[in-house]
Design a protein around this ligand. Sequence first.
Ligand SMILES: [Zn+2]
Length: 165
Amino acid sequence: MGLLDALFRSNEILGIAEETLEFAIESSEAAHPREYMGFLRGTEADRLGLEQDGLVITDVLVVPGTETNSVSATVKTNQIPNDVKALGSVHSHPNGVIQPSNADLDTFGRGSVHIIIGAPYRRTDWQAFDSQGKPTNLNVLDVDLPETEEFFDFTQADIDEDLRG
Ligand SMILES: [Zn+2]
């Protein structure tokens, strides 16, 4: 197996974390009737306790100016190494038509998986598409996302406690 094969194997997208999908659907509903838009980023599967090579979509990087009702997307992206590129995109169709528009097809070439979420934003109101705009299967994985709070939730009292040992 050559180096390129190894790179492609390790960049295989195994699926999307259920929590991440639910977050994107909730955010789409919150943005309604405006469109919600974000980029998908991944975490190496072995960091999530999966014994497989590949990436799991775990983060939505919200495009600035897009309405969202949660801070978790922005917080969680702090954990992603800068060298992990966006795997694709997610956006909503407030008109409920879960098909790529011509404008969507023009942008799908960047990234390998693109999710469209449609009104009325039920758990099943979404579809993944490949870079050609063809419907593609995307597994929803029940994985525990790495907790971010423990890295950020320091208070001065904690630090003082640490210093005292
Ligand atoms: Zn669209």
